[in-house]
Ligand binder design. Structure first.
Ligand SMILES: [Zn+2]
Length: 333
């Protein structure tokens, strides 16, 4: 097989997925093992090693590099997991060095949103653009800023936490981060479900379809999206509110960055795709940029595999090589 192959490793709170990815961004094979995040650092590493080894065995060809995507906060330059809430097993843990040492291959590490954004910029919906703003909407809201196919990290690697930009300082409920009015606390999957629950509770005769879908059990964001698609008025109202919040927030993003494209991914994104024109329309009221309507809002190419593709992109894009050089340069000096 010609071209380099990278093993992309996507670490989450419940699973580690690994996939073999070629230079065209195609995922050739993938495996998945359970993650044990609440035990020792070594137990969690065993899960990661099992995924890496199974991933390597899934191809007959040699792997040239390993890319790792993990929830943040982490230090992409030193390759250290700092204090990820979903991975209490690791505190200031040198994940990159552990993997490099064992497999004797080049390794790159970044947070999952940055990695997924890079994959979209290199191979996906942002591939024809030099500046890409990526947003992933799921359990949380993550973002990435990709300029000239390179992740913008900021001074310490903590840039592009766009989900924690506040759009309402008077919001009654605090975000998990402690701030009030973060987009994540108002428009993530759990926030969409909570809005629907509150509306159903306040009017017991409303949302017949949505109630039927849930079997009067737990309501999820996916159900709200499906019910809105089927014209349930409560679900529709919830998503109208979410679309408006996203317009307000993206208006700020455009006024700050004016990206060439905005790519929307994540577990909830599929259900929000029919709402993208509404969000784009709302933008007119929330940006001073008179040409904002020329900026496409594009659905992400990679869905559930965004972590595998993203972690692989860390190694296959120019950015990977540059970070390696700058880190080894820093070590030499
Ligand atoms: Zn927050």
């Amino acid at each position: 097989m010609s071209g380099r192959l990278v093993l992309g490793v996507d670490i989450g709170g419940t699973k580690v997925a690994a996939g073999v990815v070629n230079e065209a961004g195609e995922i050739l094979s993938k495996v998945r093992v359970p993650m044990i995040p609440n035990d020792s650092a070594a137990t969690a590493m065993d899960c990661v090693h099992r995924a890496i080894e199974a991933g390597m065995q899934s191809t007959l060809h040699p792997i040239d590099a390993i890319g790792i995507a993990s929830p943040g906060p982490l230090d992409p330059k030193r390759g250290v997991i700092i204090n990820t809430p979903n991975l209490p097993c690791w505190r200031d843990f040198p994940l990159l060095a552990e993997i490099e040492e064992r497999y004797r291959l080049p390794v790159q590490l970044d947070n999952d949103a940055n990695a997924a954004g890079l994959a979209e910029a290199v191979w996906g919906a942002g591939r024809n653009f030099d500046s890409v703003f990526y947003v992933t909407i799921g359990t949380g809201i993550g973002t990435a800023i990709i300029l000239d196919k390179r992740i913008y990290h900021g001074r310490t690697g903590a840039a592009a936490e766009g989900g924690h930009m506040s759009i309402d300082m008077h919001a009654p409920i605090a975000c998990a981060c402690g701030k009030h009015g973060c987009l994540e606390s108002m428009a993530s999957g759990p926030a969409i479900a909570a809005r629907a629950r509150a509306k159903l509770k306040s009017d017991p005769s409303s949302g017949i379809l949505l109630r039927a879908m849930s079997g009067n059990g737990a309501i999820t964001a996916a159900m709200v999206c499906d019910a809105a698609e089927a014209k349930d008025p409560v679900a529709n109202l919830v998503l109208l509110e979410i679309a408006e919040l996203l317009s307000v927030w993206l208006g700020n993003v455009i006024d700050l960055l004016e990206p060439e494209v905005i790519v929307v991914g994540g577990g909830v994104a599929a259900g929000l795709i029919p709402w993208l024109p509404k969000i784009a329309d709302g933008l007119r009221r929330w940006t001073i940029n008179t040409r904002a309507n020329e900026i496409p809002l594009a659905p992400a190419k990679y869905g559930a595999d965004s972590g595998i593709a993203g972690s692989a992109a860390l190694c296959l894009s120019d950015r990977g090589a540059r970070i390696s050089e700058s880190v080894s340069g820093a070590e030499l000096s």
